[in-house]
Ligand binder design. Structure first.
Ligand code: SAM
Length: 306
């Protein structure tokens, strides 16, 4: 985390550097940067060539901003998550949460959150989109709580007839809009600002994405969200849900850790497939299918039809 935050891997991308050179470039103490770099050599993130440090292939793939697999934004967001987790015991005792979507109040925090989520989405987007069953003649996609827009971008690039609407809170939409423009997709993807708990989503959608959002809300809110989605869709439309689902036998560790994480963040929970399936069936969706993601073990994709 410190290597990413200080920009260490970035400056090593152009050429090897000694601790003295790094201390000047990164404006830090020579002893401190040497200590950090040596640990990173020991962990396989850097190599030592003579007096200089060099990025390893692992670092070039994940930690250099020019890489398509860069996860540095997510690592920077971990500083926020670290702060929230640092008083997990108090939150457990008090039964309170950080309530991030209410509490994040400045532009910088929202940017770290959304850019972090974008890094994670980029790792799975191709596989997720390849698994979406697209109804014949589909024209309109609703990406509910789609934030950064990475999934809509990938979907619209793959299906040239699609236009997407990303529904999200105002702060998220501001950051997302900037990303959509950077990707040159503003003519195909627009934002609708709203709160999914109280606002309508629009109508005439053929596909709806509900990715990584059920875990921020109670079962009651999730049921009414699914009902509103059903009403917003055309007959034959497809709903796609992406979630870490708890297994009855406690075998999905990721979903269990995330359950505690979402208690801390939103006083919510991860859910079992059976719960999500029951909500979907009760609302009227059928042809339900669940598959596991290959690129993100522990995450499931659920599809259903109106
Ligand atoms: C964990 S991110 C998921 C983003 C994206 N769907 C993905 O899978 O990467 C949760 C998103 O839900 C949005 N969100 C949270 N509460 C919301 C609400 N009440 N109404 C609309 N969007 C909300 C956040 O702004 C954020 O973009």
């Amino acid at each position: 985390m410190a290597g990413v935050k200080l920009g260490l891997f970035e400056v090593l991308e152009s050429q090897p550097r000694s601790a003295k050179e790094l201390s000047i470039l990164l404006n830090c103490s020579e002893q401190g940067i040497a200590a950090l770099s040596d640990v990173l050599v020991g962990c396989g993130y850097l190599r030592k060539e003579g007096n200089s440090y060099v990025n390893t292939p692992l670092t070039k793939r994940w930690l250099v901003p020019s890489s398509p697999h860069y996860v540095g934004n997510y690592i920077k967001f971990n500083y926020d998550q670290w702060k929230w987790w640092s008083h997990v015991e108090d939150l457990i005792v008090e039964g309170k949460s950080i309530d991030i979507h209410e509490r994040l109040d400045n532009e910088k925090e929202w940017r770290r959150y959304l850019y972090g989520m974008k890094d994670i989405a980029a790792l799975t987007a191709d596989e997720v989109i390849a698994r979406v069953p697209v109804p014949k003649g589909a024209k309109r996609l609703l990406d509910l709580a789609g934030g950064h827009g990475m999934y809509s971008i990938t979907m619209c690039r793959k299906h040239s007839n699609l236009q997407a609407v990303i529904f999200d809170l105002e702060r998220a939409a501001r950051v997302g809009q900037e990303l959509i423009e950077m990707e040159g997709m503003a003519d195909r993807i627009s934002y609708k600002i709203g709160d999914l708990k109280s606002d309508e989503f629009g109508v005439d959608f053929d596909i709806v994405f509900l990715f990584n959002i059920l875990h921020h809300f109670s079962p009651g809110v999730n049921y009414s969200t699914l009902k509103k989605i059903y009403d917003a869709m055309n007959p034959g439309g497809v709903i796609v849900i992406l979630e870490a689902l708890k297994a009855v036998d406690y075998s999905n560790q990721l979903a269990l850790f995330l359950s505690l994480n979402f208690f801390i963040m939103s006083r919510a929970d991860t859910y079992r497939y059976e719960e999500v399936r029951d909500w979907l069936q009760k609302v009227g969706f059928d042809n339900l299918k669940k598959k596991e993601l290959r690129t993100a073990p522990g995450i499931s994709i659920i599809t259903g039809r109106k």
